[in-house]
Ligand binder design. Structure first.
Ligand SMILES: C[S@@+](CC[C@H](N)C(=O)[O-])C[C@H]1O[C@@H](n2cnc3c(N)ncnc32)[C@H](O)[C@@H]1O
Length: 265
């Protein structure tokens, strides 16, 4: 199978928008790893910041509201600002916030690398989004200028060992940074309160189920790819040969968690 080595390529934001918009209805059903990450992020946030509460929360790349729901239920903020590059998620967020009438909600659509960041935020949160950014360091520089001395940032992303099976066969992968590089970069700008990486392996009946799963989550937004029948057969054979365990095929994720504050010096 022809491999595309995309390791230095920029992310095509229009394609990201298109693929995530298409997955808007199915994402919640398939994004099992991202749901686990959202839950764990909130748990770690509570522990690391001693059950602190937040009046104003900004959720970057909120998607269908997987993390947003948990933030609302846990912190009952006065104000929630939800952002996503896909405008259509506004409807899903509106449905979620109906259950929280005491919270004022605003949805700001747009690429977080291009739109202005809001002021006066107590908690900036984001689950499984930053791997889609092109200029992470520039983004951190903007964040650190924007936050208050008391603000907290809590986010998850994915490290290098994410979907290595797909990369090995197709050559396609996002430019995932290893955990230690994230750590090094972040410590230039922020005080790290919590940092953790883990491996999360999912098992599927066959490789075609894996491709479907990635599509339903919008995670296939790296490069347009038109699979021919023979590509699918070759992909399935190679995948099965290399990654079968107890009659199932595996798919590996490498979730990364960070909780940050502004540096005091
Ligand atoms: C893997 S989903 C995560 C959704 C949600 N945060 C969750 O907890 O499951 C990634 C989300 O990030 C959004 N996204 C990707 N790139 C973005 C960008 N540059 N600016 C804003 N949102 C972005 C996508 O549209 C998608 O909804």
């Amino acid at each position: 199978m022809e491999k595309n080595n995309l390791s230095k390529q920029q992310i095509d934001k229009n394609l990201v928008k298109k693929r995530f918009a298409r997955s808007a209805q199915s994402y919640g059903k398939y994004a099992i790893v991202q749901q686990r990450m959202a839950k764990k992020l909130v748990q770690k946030l509570l522990l690391a910041t001693n059950n602190h509460t937040y009046n104003t929360i900004f959720d970057i790349g909120c998607g269908d509201g997987t993390l947003t729901k948990l933030l609302l239920a846990q912190f009952h903020p006065e104000t929630l600002i939800a952002n996503d590059i896909v405008d259509d998620f506004q409807q899903q967020i509106a449905t979620i916030v109906q259950k929280h009438p005491a919270t004022n909600t605003k949805f700001t659509a747009g690429d977080i690398e291009a739109i202005p960041l809001p002021d006066n935020i107590d908690l900036i949160a984001s689950n499984a989004v930053f791997q889609w950014l092109n200029h992470l360091e520039l983004f951190y520089k903007r964040l650190v200028k924007q936050i208050k001395p008391t603000s907290t940032i809590a986010f998850t992303t994915f490290g290098t060992n994410t979907l290595p099976e797909i990369k090995q066969i197709t050559g396609q992968s996002l430019n995932y940074l290893p955990f230690n590089e994230h750590h090094k970069l972040i410590s230039k700008y922020f005080k790290i309160i919590y940092a953790h990486e883990e491996t999360d392996i999912q098992y599927f009946e066959n490789p075609i189920e894996i491709l479907k799963n990635l599509k339903q989550m919008g995670v296939n937004a790296i490069k347009p790819r038109h699979w021919k029948r023979r590509d699918l057969i070759a992909f399935s054979e190679e995948y099965t040969q290399n990654f079968t365990h107890n009659n199932k095929v595996r798919l590996t994720y490498n979730p990364i968690y960070f909780i940050l504050k502004r540096k005091t010096d």
